[in-house]
Design a protein around this ligand. Structure first.
Ligand SMILES: [Fe+2]
Length: 357
């Protein structure tokens, strides 16, 4: 059986594409009223970007703090806030996420939960969502996560870090404007860019690889090398395209060992996805020798010093939890190591890898 792959319905790419947002949203505004909810990364509060948001009557901008990665409780709170606003303006016609992967994931999750009962935690898993989301748009201001094309919204719940994976999660529209990447701090740009690089390696080296994933993975890898090893004047355009292609590559295959390990770090220590991936990948020569060597070359070139010893002071219970969270992600291990992956990945081996981070 082949996966029947759900794609983002509409995409606009180019410098200044953000200026078309008002026209794009106009087609989604019902004559009977209703408003749009813009979820904006709080770093843009009061910024020129915020003033460029095409806000119309009934719309609301909610600034979201993504210092910590999104939690199901936060999704529930934002959904309640959006519903209460909708009650005063005749409904919610759309949710637009403007920010990095966390902000885009919050927009996806809120758009799903506006149409589905209960808590976001009830839907962490694969294909548990029943009703289509309200119209939702992703506008990245950081490139690399691939959240703009993925069918998941990664959330930390009371028991696990696991996405709401469903066809309904996929954005109806994305706006890829490389101008929005200007001003990203260099270390953050590197960590998020490496998320994309690692997507490429995990996809291209995985057992789930197919011609579709390979085509996108190779293109994204080529662009990552241009951006991080031989940067030129149009590197934001290339990075934005790399993020899209890397996301497409894993969407039709899977990520691997690094992402599984990184989820454990994130759940127990709150480590952000991009830097968590870098810390984990840096210790995975045994699994991805060439990729890790090239990654180290990119780190040297960009003068990046990763934190070390982050698991030094954790308790035995925390270590067990970290291992549990990593092992839940069975498709990732199977993609990386094949159907008999359990023969290679004992709890002791995972613990030994975590101890080196
Ligand atoms: Fe990732």
């Amino acid at each position: 059986m082949f996966r029947n792959f759900k794609l983002v319905s509409r995409m606009v790419f180019g410098r200044g594409a953000f200026n078309q947002l008002d026209d794009i949203l106009a087609a989604q505004r019902p004559p009977s009223g209703g408003g749009m909810i813009f979820l904006l990364d709080t770093v843009f509060a009061g910024s020129a970007l915020e003033s460029r948001i095409p806000r119309r009557s009934g719309d609301r901008i909610i600034c979201v703090d993504v210092t910590d990665e999104p939690k199901t409780a936060e999704v529930d709170r934002l959904t309640a806030e959006a519903k209460a606003h909708g009650d005063t303006v005749g409904g919610i016609s759309g949710v637009i996420g403007i920010g990095g992967g966390s902000t885009m994931d919050l927009a996806k999750a809120v758009s799903l939960m506006l149409a589905n009962p209960g808590s976001a935690a009830d839907y962490q898993g694969w294909d548990l969502i029943r009703e289509p989301a309200v119209y939702h748009v992703g506008i990245p201001t950081l490139a690399g996560t691939g959240a703009e094309v993925s069918r998941t919204t990664v959330l930390t719940g009371p028991k696990k870090k696991l996405g709401i994976n469903s066809d309904h999660t996929v954005f109806d529209q994305i706006v890829l404007d490389p101008e929005l990447l200007a001003g990203v701090p260099a270390d953050q740009r590197f960590y998020t860019g490496m998320d994309c690089y690692i997507h490429c390696i995990e996809s291209l080296e995985g057992t789930y690889l197919n011609a579709f994933s390979k085509a996108y993975g190779e293109k994204a890898l080529d662009l990552c090398r241009q951006v991080f090893l031989t940067p030129g004047p149009d590197s934001d355009d290339q990075l934005m395209m790399a993020s899209y292609c890397g996301g497409m590559s894993i969407a039709y295959s899977q990520v691997g060992v690094c992402h599984a390990m990184s989820y454990g770090l994130s759940f127990v220590l709150g480590t952000h996805h991009g830097i968590g991936n870098c810390i984990a990948f840096n210790q995975l020569e045994a699994f991805y020798p060439e990729g890790v060597a090239e990654f180290k070359q990119m780190m040297r070139r960009h003068d990046i010093a990763l934190p070390t010893g982050i698991t030094r002071d954790i308790s035995p219970d925390q270590m067990e939890t970290m291992i549990d969270v990593a092992l839940i992600l069975e498709p990732l291990w199977e993609n990386a190591l094949g159907p008999n992956w359990r023969d290679q990945m004992s709890r002791e081996r995972i613990a030994e890898l975590y101890q080196r981070m």
